[in-house]
Design a protein around this ligand. Sequence first.
Ligand code: ARG
Length: 411
Amino acid sequence: MSPRAVKRVCLAYSGGLDTSVILRWLIEVIGCEVVAYAADVGQEEELSGLPEKARATGAVDCVVRDLREEFARDYVFPAIQAAAVYEGHYLLGTALARPVIARHQIEVARETGCDAVAHGATGKGNDQVRFELAYRALAPELEVIAPWREWDLVSRSDCLAYAERHGIPVTATAEKPYSIDRNLLHCSYEGGILEDPWRRPDPSMFLLTRNPEEAPSTPLEVVVGFEAGVPVSVDGERLAPHHLLARLNHLAGAHGVGRVDIVENRFVGMKSRGVYETPGGTVLHLAHRAVESLTLDREVMHERDRLAPRFAELVYNGFWFSPEMDFLRAAIAQSQRFVTGEARVELYKGAARVTGRRSPCSLYAEDLSSFEAAGDYDPRDATGFIRLQALRLRLARLRDSRTGSGGGTGG
Ligand code: ARG
């Protein structure tokens, strides 16, 4: 491969084996300087010794950014408001973290005079697409380097051998028989032994949730408060976004809430088996919809619900920074103005259930829906309402009996 005109690259760096090897490979093969960049999105890995490690591996600089609050506030919470769930189950924990990581990587690249950015995502997954679409959208002037698609290292042992040859410090971590991606919103497990979609995940695999059968046998109720669609409190205590999410992870995780095991469609075309635990996110989605059930107009709710799968698809496919996403976000934000109130959620043995909701902006009118008082609703109006709704249905049926055709509604 011919050396490119890249002088200095900003690498998304974790300090793990892969990105350590990439760091040195960029220096050796591309012939550029490397600025290492590490983002804290709540993966709970030790970040304190990272700059020293990056320099020992050859980086000219290392920048660590704490993105936890921004991740929760500007990425996770908008996805909750959007009711964004991919293919019915996946709460998008990895997909939502990529754009915030990429956005800051671009900032760091510019601040440190880089002319390129690089990431350690493999050539088969969604993450390469997400990183690179974000890079292109935010900084079209920067060169993009994806070492996994360029080099000839194919396995972990190749990487270990490369590290040894180049004296790269690697912390000996036992190799997990699957790949993990953890952040404040979720932990994902895929690849390796999980590639057989019939194989049951080992109960000892899970990091954020207790096995439901080992969860407490007394249920726990939590009350989640929202203001204009934004989660603001747990059990009446106001919390910053990342602390709120961490609190719910802790409470719901202890009760085994938020596990899913699915086969999903990757953007790059193949199907892939994924196991996820999203304890706090699961509670937030449920509680948010419960407050919406009191506060959203029916038609607004249904419109938002039509946008939800599209929003999820854009997040999954890596189009966070795109004109169509801006459009969806504006519409969804507008729907949330009155989504203020609280929901009570019961956590028990792996399940989360809503047991109550209340709101100062409620559209729920007890006197209207109860069978007792009449309120502003006159049941006699329903006679005409139903007759007009039925007009088309009667005409269709009359046509069928006239023409002798079967019709589509039975009989
Ligand atoms: N399949 C999920 C997604 O595409 C999780 C990906 C996990 N990423 C990883 N590098 N292990 O969002």
